[in-house]
Design a protein. Structure first.
Length: 417
């Protein structure tokens, strides 16, 4: 017969269970916040690269074994010093200014026998110099012609300009665009650069020039977009763009769409939207039919409903979840094991990257699918072994939730991981 517990003991047990659950929740919260802190510290002070050392690197021999005796590196002092990088020669097509350096008659006298030394050769040292860019003014002199009877006056027309009634010529406009978009040089710094050469061009004027150039280039962008949407496979992603606004900086979005070059040239088109609303990619990809490789953003879901666009999951986004955990856990862990399995997938992909799409398709079926199946079984097993709401469990759940899209890499050889 079981002894009846007193009410005090029952209350203590219930309180203990409640306290244990609260402790578990607090530990999960601490673990999650610690990972967030480590990720922020890595973003601020750590390496930005997500490359990981391959496990095979530790097993590589230090030197090739060819049967010949190898030198003792411990006694070789030359191995302690770093190998000096070899300077690459300057291009032959650069303009060269020849400067000759000779010795005077007195300096050519031999110090031992007092005879005059004769010319036996040259030693050439090349030094790279820079000529600053120069500004010049192009004057358009338009001759006027008038009728002797005063009927009319005629004048030679101006040639067509990139921007009407603008003092900037095409070369200056191209320079401003390249500096801003290729070299990431803000307009206010370009204004200061012009000021150093004695030309005052306000930042607002440079901004107007950029806007006018954008209007002129718009037809080219439309043509590129039409060619892009005819491709069979696209890759897309978005990034945050800060936009100045009165009182507060707005967070806009810049979407990149990259074509694979299967139908025409390989094209990249950027699309700006003021927000991350789903209408942005849905409007841009309205006429597209093919494979779309993207992240797990819910705004893409409506595009997949018709079946015209096939979702291809991005393995890099799934890998990043495990990578962020592995950076905070230095010893071997589930996250490290996941990275090693994904490294095997990328090893196969690296080998077939230059293959044509048909050969890539059959190679994946033969060699890559078994790795995917093993990875899936491993994820299911680890999902049962890990606690809910932990970072590693969330990484596993993310990968499994998008597993169907990740497997679409086998649907066609056009997709490239």
């Amino acid at each position: 017969m079981k002894e009846k517990q007193s009410p005090e003991i029952s209350l203590l047990k219930a309180a203990l269970e409640t306290q244990t659950k609260q402790n578990q929740q607090l530990m999960l919260q601490i673990e999650k916040m610690q990972q967030q802190l480590d990720n922020l510290l890595r973003i601020l002070y750590g390496k930005k690269s997500e490359k990981k050392k391959s496990p095979d690197d530790d097993n590589k021999p230090d030197a090739p074994s060819d049967g010949k005796p190898q030198p003792n590196k411990e006694n070789d002092k030359t191995t302690d010093t770093k190998k000096q990088p070899k300077r690459k020669p300057l291009p032959d097509d650069l303009l060269r200014e020849k400067i000759e350096h000779t010795l005077s008659e007195e300096e050519r006298t031999c110090s031992y026998c007092s005879s005059t030394c004769h010319h036996i050769g040259n030693e050439i040292s090349e030094q790279l110099e820079f000529v600053p860019a120069s500004l010049y003014v192009k004057q358009h002199v338009r001759y006027k012609y008038g009728c002797k009877l005063g009927c009319e006056i005629k004048i030679a027309p101006m040639p067509k300009q990139a921007v009407a009634k603008c003092m900037a010529g095409p070369s200056i406009l191209a320079e401003v665009l390249i500096n801003k978009y290729q070299d990431a040089l803000p307009l206010y710094r370009q204004s200061l650069r012009f000021a150093r050469q004695g030309i005052r061009i306000p930042e607002s004027t440079l901004c107007d020039w950029v806007m006018h150039c954008a209007d002129r280039l718009q037809p080219i962008v439309f043509a590129m977009k039409a060619d892009l949407l005819r491709q069979k496979k696209l890759h897309t992603d978005d990034t945050v763009i800060p936009v100045l606004n009165k009182g507060k900086t707005k967070q806009a979005r810049l979407w990149v769409y990259v074509g694979d070059g299967s139908c025409g040239p390989q094209i990249t088109v950027y699309d700006y939207t003021p927000t991350r609303a789903a209408s942005g990619p849905q409007t841009f990809l309205f006429t597209f039919k093919g494979f779309l490789q993207a992240d797990a953003y819910a705004g893409y879901d409506i595009l997949y409903q018709t079946g015209d666009i096939i979702e291809v999951g991005c393995l890099a986004h799934a890998r990043r979840k495990f990578f962020e955990i592995a950076q905070t856990v230095k010893h071997d862990s589930i996250a490290h094991d996941a990275l090693n399995i994904i490294a095997q997938i990328y090893k196969v992909e690296k080998k077939i990257r230059e293959y044509d799409y048909q050969k890539r398709y059959f190679y994946r079926k033969k060699y890559l699918k078994q790795i995917y199946h093993a990875f899936y079984r491993w994820l299911i097993k680890k999902q049962r072994e890990t606690l809910d709401k932990t970072p590693i469990r969330q990484a596993i759940n993310y990968t499994l939730n998008h597993w169907r899209a990740l497997q679409n890499v086998f649907a066609d050889g056009l997709t490239v991981l």
